[in-house]
Unconditional design. Structure first.
Length: 80
């Protein structure tokens, strides 16, 4: 019989695909977009251009809201 000392803790790692996750942390949102910074997201929040949710002190973003905002920035190119 093998006894595990109390000091040994089992570590569980959970992997999530940010492309399917509904709620994203700031770091996940930056990774999801592939660009940006904490300052950029702060400006978007302060200017009211990106919806966010505050859970206590934690700020999270809905992936669909990020997609919607980016789509709203579309500029149609015209052939000249």
């Amino acid at each position: 019989m093998h006894t595990i000392p109390v000091s040994e803790k089992k570590v569980t790692t959970i992997f999530c695909d940010i492309n399917t996750k509904k709620w994203l942390s700031l770091e996940e949102a930056i990774t999801y977009l592939g660009f940006g910074s904490k300052d950029l997201f702060r400006r978007w929040r302060e200017n009211g251009v990106l919806t966010y949710y505050k859970l206590g002190k934690r700020i999270v973003y809905k992936r669909a809201d990020i997609d919607k905002y980016i789509e709203s920035c579309r500029i149609i190119a015209f052939n000249q």
